[in-house]
Design a protein around this ligand. Sequence first.
Ligand SMILES: *[C@@H]1O[C@H](CO)[C@@H](O)[C@H](O)[C@H]1NC(C)=O
Ligand SMILES: *[C@@H]1O[C@H](CO)[C@@H](O)[C@H](O)[C@H]1NC(C)=O
Ligand SMILES: *[C@@H]1O[C@H](CO)[C@@H](O)[C@H](O)[C@H]1NC(C)=O
Ligand SMILES: *[C@@H]1O[C@H](CO)[C@@H](O)[C@H](O)[C@H]1NC(C)=O
Length: 465
Amino acid sequence: MKITAVVASLAAIAIATPTVNNVEKRQTSSGALPTVTVKGNAFFAGDERFYVRGVAYQPGGAADAADPLINIPNLTRDVANFKKLGINTIRVYTVDNSASHDEGMKLLADAGIYLALDANTPEFSLNRQDNQTLYQSYNENYLQSIFATIDAFAKYSNLLLIINGNEVINERNNTIAAPYIKALQRDMKAYISAREYRNIPVGYAAADVAENVDQQLAYFDCGPDGVRGDFFALNDYSWCDPNTFTGAGWDKKVERYTGYGVPIFMAEFGCITNRRDWNEVAALYSTNMTSVYSGGLAYEYTTEANGYGLVSTTNGKVAPNADFTRLEAAYKKTPNPSGDGGYSATTTASECPPASDDWEVTDDLIPAMPALAQKFMEDGAGKGPGLGDDVTPSQYGGESYSAGMVEMDGSAASSNGGSGSGTTSGSATSSSAADNVVIPPFMMMLTIPVFVTVGGVLAGMGLVL
Ligand SMILES: *[C@@H]1O[C@H](CO)[C@@H](O)[C@H](O)[C@H]1NC(C)=O
Ligand SMILES: *[C@@H]1O[C@H](CO)[C@@H](O)[C@H](O)[C@H]1NC(C)=O
Ligand SMILES: *[C@@H]1O[C@H](CO)[C@@H](O)[C@H](O)[C@H]1NC(C)=O
Ligand SMILES: *[C@@H]1O[C@H](CO)[C@@H](O)[C@H](O)[C@H]1NC(C)=O
């Protein structure tokens, strides 16, 4: 959400009985779900179109960043409610990448539920405050945590996708973060490929900032495949009941995003201005939208300070509220469209948006991956730092920032920055979870990030464009 940058998403398996049955049939005896892949502008589980149908799951809220997937008693209790809702996906905003998730992921898989996973944590995220905090926070320590999260979850077939940033751009005036978010997107995809994992979809979850959301969509989908997102997720609270497809302006969004290169889904929805009847559910899973959209995640499961919850918690017991019951009913009466929902099997990359007062990204350059992160590509990331109080937050910088390692010529565009040649410090990501976190003062470093062209970086990493 724009306000708190928390994301939760549920993708529910279609309540529509045909879909549920098919998904269940595909489960193996071990309870594993079929992996979901991207084809054109849609997700597929096997040869069946997959629509995200779910809820955001962030017990404790963004302020209390905890990993809900390792709290097995609570998760077991909540999975029962997820099944009741008839969902197929939950979104989790923070995980402990030093812990095993075998048990939690199996609980989800056994219930037919996939995970949409945010890779950032409050301690390991970009700092969007300004240009300098951005490149300082984009460093090898940050990437080590991100990559360790990938290592921790890549083996689960019900890992649906990984979100590389949530609402990092959350105002008209902080689009300067975009190149850093995109650099991370590139690095994650490169890491997944280098470690020979399956093609786990990686993409960004955007705040619905009126002045720049369209540019965000275009930006994260432009350029060579190695830097483009595999999907684009929108936190969209623009439908407040009572409303309609046209009244909420969702018809115009479908028009604008027709022809987009990759799947789009709502990583959060559910405006609470008035009573939530969840009438947007019928629109979202209707053919009015499914040629462009692939479902979404209702925000959010637990009730936190911002008042969006579907259950209330008292003395460790959860009780579904009226919003829960109405959402359950809305999902239940809304099957997925039959067939493929009118998706586009063949798509092309978007054009990069031009710079403007609302889009302060002047060219197609993104920061080179910090040289010291290159070793992770060959050796793996090693043990994740987790969420403990004793970790050193990556925003203070890594070795990348030491003066001797930073090129000071200040040049922007080098088209041949091979791997390792770009010493970039820069961190600019606040994950969803990081939004409520107070960032301590950072070291003042007079470093200038080295930018290389997208093609140069990829070529340097030995990737084919
Ligand atoms: C941020 O830094 C880059 C690289 O030094 C520079 O090109 C750009 O103009 C800066 N943007 C702002 C808003 O200061
Ligand atoms: C953006 O605007 C907000 C006020 O809306 C201000 O607090 C913030 O410092 C600005 N950020 C930048 C990077 O200029
Ligand atoms: C689909 O769009 C039509 C035309 O705008 C509208 O009448 C209808 O109610 C929409 N269907 C849903 C389920 O929103
Ligand atoms: C998880 O369960 C414990 C009791 O086992 C409870 O104290 C705690 O509040 C629960 N957390 C949430 C977010 O529901």
